[in-house]
Design a binder for this molecule. Structure first.
Ligand SMILES: Nc1ncnc2c1ncn2[C@@H]1O[C@H](COP(=O)(O)OP(=O)(O)OP(=O)(O)O)[C@@H](O)[C@H]1O
Ligand SMILES: [Mg+2]
Length: 164
């Protein structure tokens, strides 16, 4: 395990959050390595809007909807896949096994909303993203990883990094 690094971002509008997501999605696509993007934040903090930006940046052209009821949505981009989970309604690990959670998060590119419900079930290759509401239109976003480097996180956050 590498050192744990973190970088703070701030967005002032929902469009900022989606644009940050696009930067992240494009970075992941270009990078080509597996990554699990673990989203943590209260109801309505922007996890799904961020996911929409990530998917767009990754190259998804179809409409990206919340997987709250489906639990998992799959998007195909050329010959690669993006797995988008919302585990809010799941209660225990056997349910993760039943939906194939491990097959779709190990060695894959995935997004997991409410990842803090199952913090120990995510792969080593995880980027944690914590969203907090500041006011109606602003969000504090913290990137945390012991897999990516601080330089990676600053590159991904681009203009949204606090201080940039
Ligand atoms: N800066 C911002 N970033 C993200 N969303 C914002 C921002 N400002 C306002 N919003 C609003 O906050 C809401 C976020 O909703 P979203 O469904 O993305 O949240 P969520 O975290 O996925 O919620 P849930 O846990 O219920 O699935 C939207 O109504 C969006 O317009
Ligand atoms: Mg959501």
């Amino acid at each position: 395990m590498k050192d744990k690094v973190q970088v703070h971002l701030k967005t002032y509008t929902v469009e900022d959050t989606q644009q940050f997501g696009k930067l992240l999605g494009a970075w992941v696509k270009q990078n080509g390595d597996p990554l699990c993007i673990a989203l943590v934040g209260d109801l309505g903090t922007g996890k799904t809007h961020l996911s929409q930006g990530i998917a767009k940046g990754f190259g998804v052209t179809e409409e990206i909807t919340s997987p709250t009821f489906a639990i998992m949505n799959t998007y195909d981009v050329n010959r690669t896949h993006l797995y988008h989970f919302d585990v809010y309604r799941l209660e225990d690990i056997s349910e993760l096994e039943n939906i194939g959670f491990y097959e779709y998060t190990e060695d894959c590119v995935s997004i997991v909303e409410w990842a803090d419900k199952f913090p120990h079930e995510l792969p080593d290759e995880t980027l944690w993203i914590y969203l907090t509401r500041i006011d109606d239109t602003s969000r504090s976003i913290t990137l945390v990883s012991d897999y990516l480097t601080a330089d990676d996180l600053v590159e991904i956050g681009g203009p949204y990094v606090v201080g940039n």
